[in-house]
Design a protein around this ligand. Structure first.
Ligand code: MN
Length: 743
C-alpha cells in the first residue's frame, strides 16, 4: 500500500506519468490505428482539470480516469475515441469545464460521449424511491446515440468496484446492490463474461466478507489437487490433438467464490460437495485450409473418444450462437477421478468474442455498420422505450431485467424463415414480434398446423402461423399472457385507460383493507403484501386484486405483532422489558449515523428494529438494515432477494449492520438431518439437543425408509453459533451423515 500523503508533488506527478505510459503501452499492443497525440492531449487536459482533487483512498483523482481508460483498452478492446472519453469522463461532472470546452478541444464525437457519461451519473440520488432506476433508464436512453457510453460506464463501474474497499460500509452496500441488479446482468447480456464474473464476485466479497474469505481459503487448499487432476485429465487429449497436427491451448478454469457460493446455496451442499470446481477450455488456432467449426467438432470427437460424455450436457453454440454472440461447443465428460468435468471448445476467434463481447465483433466483422445481433438488441430496447409509457421507473427496470436474463428459443414462420424469441414466449408474443398490428388483431395461432390459443407457450422448432381478424381488439388479460417486454409495453400503452382504472380500484381495496388493520399504506406494509402474493411491483398486484384473481381476506395475520410471531419468542429470562416494548414499539431508534456500521442486539428487536419476515435472519447471519417510512430499521439477510432489490432501489436508506445476541430473544430455525437408521438413534439425538441449555425443541419429524432415515428438527436458538455447535455435536453421532440448517 502506498501512503499517498507522504509523496512529494514531484513523486506524485511521476506516479501519474508512469500510469499514463502504461496506458500508452497497452494501446500500442492493440491493432488500432495509433492516435497517440489526441490521447496525450486528453490526458494532459484531464490531469490539469483534476489537479489537487483526491479519491477517498488519498490517491490523486486522475489515477481513476487513467485506470478506466486502461480497462477500456485491455478488457473491452476499444480505441482512441473511447480512451479519450474515458480519460475525460469525470471532467464535466467534477470540475468547472463544460461540454462546450470539450467539444472545442476534442470535437463533437468525444464531447457527446462525455456528455452522455455525465448525464447518467449526474442525477440526484434524492429520497425518491426510483432514483437509481430512473438513472438507469437515462443510461439506456443514451445507447442509441453511442454504444460506447454504456461500455465506458461499465469500465467506470468495474474500477469503482475494484477500489470499493476505501468506501464507507453503507455506500459499499448501495454500490454492490446496483452492481448486482444492473451492471452484472448488463455485462452478461453484452457478452462480457469476464467482467460479469468479476463484478459479481466483487459484490459478493463486500457483502459477505467472512464467507468469501472462507471460500477463498478453501480454494487455495484445494488448488494443488485441482492442478493434479487437470494435468492427468488433459494428457491423453493433448496426445491425440498433437497426432492430428492441431495447434491449441488448454486452459484450466477454476470456479469463482461467488459461483461456488451460489451452487452451495441452490443445491444445499457444503463446499466439499461442489464437484465442478474445475472446468477445461481448449482454444484451437485456425488451420488456414480448414473450417474452424469443423475443427471444433474434431476436437469434440477426440475428447469423447477418451472420456464418456454426459448424455444431456452437450451444448452446441456453434451451429446457433447465443444472442449475445457467444459461440462454443460445451461437453461434460466423466474424468479419470470419477467426477464430471466440463470442457469448452472454441476457436481463437470464438474465444475472443466470448471474453470481450461486442468489441471483438467489431474486430472480426468487416464493414462498420454490420447488423449484428447486438445492434438488433439495442434496437429492441429502444423500441420498448419509445412505445412504453411506464408509470414508474421500477416497472421499467423489471421489464428490462426480464429481457436481460431470458434465453432464447427458435421458431419458424410458415415460409420456413427462422426467428429468435425469448424463452417462454407465447403465440401472442410472436404476433407482436412480427408487427404491432398483427398483435393487436390476433385471434389465435396454428403451431405445426394445429390450432392453439393466444396463450400457447412456444417451443424451439415450432412452425407458427398467426391468425388475425379485423374485429379483434386487445383485452386486459392479454398482458398476463404475454411474456416479452415489447408486447407488454405495446399493450400497456394501448390499454392505459383501463389499466389505470383497475390499478386505482385495487389501490383503494388495499388502502381500505389496511385501514381496517390500522395500518398506513407505506412501502414497508406494501412490501409485505407483495411478498405474500409474490408480485414484483404494486401495480400488477392492484390489477390482480381488481380482477379478483387474488383477495385480501386473510391479510390480518401478515401484520401480526412481532412478539407473537411463529418464529421468534422472548426468552423467559428477560427482565422488565415489556414496558419498554409497549411504549417504544414502532418508533425509530435514536439518531442513526448512516456512515457507520450499526450494531444490533436481539434486545433491540421490537424497539426501533424489526426482523424481516421474508428471510428471517438470526444473530450471526450477515445482515443489513433498511430504514422504512416510519424510521424503523428492518433487518434483512444480506443474500435476501428482497434486500437486494431494496439496495438497488432505495440505496440511501440502507445501513451496514452487524449484531450480537444478548440472549433475550430466541429464534425458530430448522435443521435437516439424515443418516443410517439404528435403534436408539432418536434418543441419542434428543439427548444431544437437550444437553445444550441454550436450545429448546419445538418439534421433530422423522421418516425411515429402507434403513435410511431423514428428518427435520425445529428448534429455538439465540444465534448461528448455537446452530453450528449443535450441528457439530450431532455429527459426533456416528450414524448421522448430514446435519445442516435449511432456512
Ligand atoms: Mn468515474
Amino acid at each position: 500500500m502506498i501512503d499517498y500523503h507522504k509523496l512529494t508533488p514531484e513523486q506524485e506527478e511521476e506516479m501519474i506519468r508512469s500510469e499514463f505510459n502504461a496506458l500508452l503501452r497497452d494501446y500500442a499492443a492493440t491493432a488500432h490505428k495509433q492516435k497517440v497525440e489526441i490521447i496525450t492531449k486528453a490526458f494532459e487536459f484531464a490531469n490539469k482539470a483534476h489537479k489537487g482533487a483526491r479519491r477517498r483512498s488519498g490517491e490523486p483523482y486522475i489515477m481513476h480516469p487513467i485506470a478506466v481508460a486502461r480497462i477500456v483498452v485491455n478488457e473491452i478492446g476499444l480505441g482512441s475515441t473511447s480512451i479519450c472519453s474515458a480519460l475525460l469522463h469525470d471532467v464535466v461532472e467534477d470540475t468547472d469545464y463544460t461540454c462546450e470546452d470539450i467539444e472545442e478541444l476534442f470535437g463533437p464525437k468525444i464531447a457527446s460521449i462525455v456528455n452522455g457519461l455525465t448525464k447518467i451519473s449526474g442525477g440526484i440520488f434524492g429520497d425518491k424511491a426510483s432514483a437509481q432506476a430512473e438513472n438507469f433508464r437515462k443510461l439506456i436512453l443514451t445507447i442509441p446515440e453511442d454504444v460506447r457510453v454504456i461500455l465506458i460506464k461499465m469500465a467506470d463501474r468495474l474500477h469503482n468496484m475494484r477500489t470499493l474497499g476505501s468506501m464507507p460500509p453503507a455506500k459499499q452496500l448501495k454500490i454492490t446492490g446496483e452492481t448486482q441488479y444492473i451492471y452484472a446482468p448488463l455485462a452478461q447480456r453484452l457478452g462480457f463474461f469476464l467482467i460479469k464474473t468479476e463484478l459479481e464476485n466483487l459484490s459478493f466479497k463486500f457483502e459477505q466478507p467472512a464467507i468469501y474469505d472462507e471460500l477463498e481459503k478453501k480454494l487455495m487448499q484445494a488448488s494443488p489437487m485441482l492442478e493434479d487432476s487437470f494435468q492427468i485429465f488433459i494428457r491423453p487429449i493433448q496426445k491425440l490433438l498433437d497426432s492430428y497436427g492441431y495447434q491449441y491451448e488448454i486452459l484450466k478454469r477454476i470456479k469463482s467464490p461467488y459461483s461456488i457460493f451460489k451452487k452451495m446455496q441452490t443445491k444445499h451442499i457444503p463446499f466439499e460437495e461442489v464437484y465442478d470446481l474445475l472446468a477445461v477450455r481448449i482454444i484451437l488456432k485456425p488451420k488456414p485450409t480448414e473450417d474452424e467449426k469443423a475443427n471444433c467438432w474434431v476436437a469434440y470427437s477426440a475428447i469423447t473418444s477418451i472420456y464418456k460424455p454426459h448424455p444431456d450436457r452437450t451444448r452446441d453454440w456453434i451451429t446457433t450462437p447465443k444472442t449475445n454472440g457467444y459461440e462454443a461447443l460445451h461437453v461434460t465428460v466423466m474424468g479419470p477421478g470419477g467426477n464430471w468435468i466440463e470442457v469448452q471448445i472454441r476457436s481463437e476467434r470464438m474465444n475472443e468474442i466470448a471474453e470481450r463481447g461486442i468489441a471483438a465483433h467489431w474486430k472480426y466483422k468487416t464493414g462498420e455498420h454490420s447488423e449484428s445481433d447486438l445492434d438488433e438488441w439495442f434496437k429492441s430496447v429502444k423500441d420498448m422505450l419509445d412505445t412504453s409509457d411506464f408509470c414508474n421507473a421500477i416497472e421499467f427496470m423489471d421489464t428490462f431485467k426480464l429481457n436481460l436474463y431470458s434465453t432464447e428459443i427458435y421458431v419458424f414462420t410458415p415460409k420456413g424463415d427462422i426467428r429468435k424469441l425469448p424463452a417462454k414466449s407465447t403465440a401472442l408474443d410472436f404476433a407482436f414480434y412480427l408487427h404491432t398490428d398483427i398483435g393487436l388483431h390476433c385471434i389465435g395461432a396454428k403451431v405445426d398446423h394445429k390450432l392453439v390459443p393466444l396463450s400457447h407457450e412456444l417451443q424451439s422448432g415450432d412452425q407458427v402461423e398467426i391468425l388475425t381478424s379485423k374485429n379483434q381488439h386487445p383485452q386486459l388479460d392479454w398482458i398476463d399472457i404475454t411474456t416479452t417486454a415489447k408486447a407488454k409495453a405495446i399493450l400497456r400503452s394501448y390499454l392505459r385507460k383501463e389499466i389505470n382504472a383497475n390499478i386505482k380500484n385495487g389501490q383503494v381495496m388495499v388502502e381500505e383493507a389496511l385501514a381496517k388493520l390500522h395500518k398506513a399504506p407505506t412501502a414497508e406494509t406494501l412490501q409485505v403484501l407483495l411478498d405474500h402474493f409474490k408480485y414484483n411491483n404494486a401495480n400488477d398486484m392492484y390489477m390482480a386484486l381488481s380482477k379478483g384473481t387474488i383477495n385480501l381476506d386473510d391479510i390480518g395475520q401478515l401484520y401480526a405483532p412481532q412478539q407473537t410471531n411463529k418464529w421468534m419468542r422472548i426468552w423467559k429470562l428477560q427482565f422488565g422489558k415489556s414496558k419498554k416494548e409497549e411504549s417504544s414499539s414502532g418508533t425509530a431508534p435514536q439518531q442513526i449515523d448512516k456512515k457507520k456500521v450499526i450494531h444490533i442486539t436481539d434486545a433491540d428487536i421490537g424497539s426501533g428494529y424489526r426482523i424481516a419476515d421474508c428471510c428471517q435472519p438470526i444473530p450471526g447471519d450477515p445482515v443489513l438494515g433498511f430504514i422504512d417510512e416510519s424510521g424503523q430499521v428492518i433487518v434483512h439477510k444480506r443474500d435476501c432477494p428482497v434486500a437486494q432489490k431494496l439496495q438497488s432501489s432505495y440505496g440511501n436508506r440502507i445501513l451496514s449492520a452487524d449484531w450480537e445476541t444478548k440472549k433475550v430473544l430466541s429464534f425458530l430455525t430448522t435443521i435437516s438431518i439424515s443418516g443410517i437408521d439404528q435403534t436408539g438413534l432418536l434418543k441419542q439425538i434428543v439427548t444431544v439437543i437437550s444437553d445444550d441449555y441454550s436450545i429448546s425443541i419445538k418439534n421433530i419429524n422423522f421418516e425411515t425408509k429402507d434403513g435410511v432415515f431423514e428428518g427435520t428438527l425445529s428448534i429455538y436458538v439465540y444465534s448461528t453459533e448455537d446452530i453450528n455447535n449443535l450441528c457439530n455435536n450431532l455429527l459426533k453421532i456416528k450414524a448421522l451423515k448430514t446435519v445442516k440448517r435449511i432456512n
